[in-house]
Design a protein around this ligand. Structure first.
Ligand SMILES: Nc1ncnc2c1ncn2[C@@H]1O[C@H](COP(=O)(O)OP(=O)(O)OP(=O)(O)O)[C@@H](O)[C@H]1O
Ligand SMILES: [Mg+2]
Length: 273
């Protein structure tokens, strides 16, 4: 076959095989090959490697979009010096995604603004990069969805869908009061994922307060028994990053109502025990 024909066919066949990145780089690669500046193996390797990396980046982006993160946060953006109660080595260990491989859970506990959601999203993005499917939702929203599905007779299907991801992130456990139905639906999620897939929880409540959150100490004990069986808990104590940012900007800090301040102090004491 004539060289020009082969060249045309190459440009036609590469996109037909879904190798768009190879097709974009083939002219430069052919030139490099002809010059003999690099061994052909290297030229081919570079071409194929670019295709693989482009595809990986695209599928990571798809998984990140499907996860439903409210914003994107990275571990590199987390200032560990500001929050010394967070052990960077432990977070790096979690970022290896061994916990997702092993269907273990992570619980991030601490008062407002200390970076729980930031770390949860950042770990979720690492999971997406490592190829795991991820779902991020506030716990109350997840339970609201399940309740709606239950009312329409679609509970089992919706529960299966919600629990399909290898990593489910349930943010803000304990922020809004749950009624009995929501507490039972929470148990269903936990039981469904137990030893099968990882769940990452964030909460401003110590475990001893989960009985109040669920409105049922016996159910809370059953839930915690399953969650904590294979798990890592990260207790974050310290100042709110939001307050620091406001202070730097010279904005007056809001007065924390006595009741919620006492609650946070109480949970901090509990965690230190
Ligand atoms: N150590 C940190 N380094 C950099 N940014 C931080 C840090 N901690 C928190 N932030 C930022 O501060 C803001 C509040 O943090 P985040 O939402 O993670 O707090 P939270 O613990 O989830 O609080 P809440 O309990 O109110 O939901 C976010 O914009 C987050 O990116
Ligand atoms: Mg949060």
């Amino acid at each position: 076959m004539k060289g020009s024909l082969a060249y045309e066919r190459l440009h036609a066949n590469l996109p037909a095989l879904n190798l768009a990145t190879v097709e974009r780089g083939i002219d430069v690669a052919l030139e490099n090959g002809a010059k003999g500046a690099h061994p052909l193996t290297e030229v081919f390797d570079d071409l194929v490697d670019r295709e693989v990396k482009t595809r990986q980046a695209l599928s990571t982006e798809t998984r990140v979009r499907l996860a439903g993160f409210p914003v994107r946060k990275r571990l590199e953006e987390f200032d560990f010096e500001f929050q010394p109660s967070v052990d960077p080595t432990l977070i790096q260990e979690l970022a290896t995604m061994r916990f997702v491989h092993n269907a273990e859970n992570v619980i991030l506990v601490g008062p407002a603004g200390v970076g729980k959601t930031h770390l949860a999203i950042a770990l979720g993005m690492e999971a997406a990069r490592a190829g795991f499917s991820v779902t991020f939702m506030s716990a109350s929203r997840a339970l609201g969805k399940l309740r709606q599905a239950m009312d329409r007779g679609l509970l089992e299907r919706t529960l299966r869908n919600l629990c399909r991801s290898r990593l489910l992130i349930l943010d803000e456990i304990g922020y809004l009061p749950w009624d009995r139905t929501m507490a039972h639906l929470f148990f269903r999620i936990v039981a469904n994922r137990y030893e099968r897939a990882s769940t990452l929880f964030t909460s401003n409540k110590a475990f001893s307060e989960w009985g109040e959150v669920l409105g049922d100490p016996v159910l809370a004990a059953a839930v915690l028994d399953r969650i904590l069986h294979h798990s890592t808990t990260v207790n974050i104590r310290g100042e709110s990053y939001r307050l620091r940012v406001r202070r730097k900007a010279g904005t007056p800090t809001p007065v924390v109502p006595m009741e919620s301040k006492e609650r946070v102090d109480a949970s901090t004491r509990e965690r230190r025990r």
